[in-house]
Ligand binder design. Structure first.
Ligand code: G3P
Length: 218
């Protein structure tokens, strides 16, 4: 499973790229609002840092507007993937953008049928939002299982990008199901590295190393 970072924050992205585990990035209007910067300039900067797919979200409600925005985004860099919402207009735009050679990420997917339709519209990535389903008392991860099953049944090539990830358990379950990608907020990304026994183990080894140095000096 590929690890993408769900952020528009340049310093978070740089940290992840520096670690060497960051295979793509997803952005949306909420994430860009947090940064308070120009969207296109930010996308350009992100694309200069990350080689993998970088998702840029359209805000038009009709297909024509989405296609126009998408084509503008696609000019920024080769690795741009255009996000369109899972609506009838969004799927119309998805087909048009895909036919024009521009990769699409269908976002705001909350049902298996929506994921099936997005695949039929030619979407490159499909983004089921699991955390938001958990928020309303449904089990978001069940949706990933269903989409995986349907895509496997029909040999569908669309990649499942698990979005609205809120904790490390979401990441582990997505990987166990066999999702293609998880897009992860930086806070959760950092949590993935941590384990109290790792910290305890490092302390013990360092303490023993110090003891050894003292004994050798005797
Ligand atoms: O990229 C979109 C998605 O990850 C949103 O997450 O936490 O706002 O539901 P959240």
């Amino acid at each position: 499973m590929k690890i993408f970072i769900d952020t528009a924050n340049i310093s978070e992205l740089k940290k992840a790229v520096d670690i060497g585990i960051c295979e793509g990035c997803t952005t949306n209007p909420t994430l860009i609002l947090k940064e308070g910067k120009d969207y296109k300039k930010t996308l350009k900067e992100i694309c200069s840092i990350i080689k993998g797919p970088v998702s840029a979200e359209t805000v038009s409600l009709n297909a024509e507007g989405m296609v126009k925005e998408g084509k503008e985004f696609a000019k920024i860099a080769k690795n741009i993937v255009v996000k369109v919402p899972m609506t009838q207009e969004g799927m119309k735009a998805c087909r048009l953008l895909t036919n024009a050679g521009i990769k699409v990420n269908t976002t705001l997917v909350f049902s298996a049928n929506q994921a099936l339709l997005a695949a039929k519209a030619g979407t490159y990535l499909v983004s089921p939002f699991i955390g938001r389903l958990d928020d309303i008392g449904q089990t978001g991860m069940d949706l990933i299982r269903e989409i995986k099953q349907i895509y496997t049944n029909y040999g569908i090539k669309t990649q499942i990008l698990v979005a609205s990830v809120r904790n490390p358990i979401h990441v582990k379950e997505a990987a166990l199901i066999g999702a293609d990608i998880a897009t992860i907020p930086f806070k959760v990304y950092e949590q993935l590295f941590q384990h109290s026994l790792t910290d305890k183990g490092i302390k013990l080894f360092l303490d023993d190393w110090d003891k050894l140095q003292k004994e050798l000096k005797k």
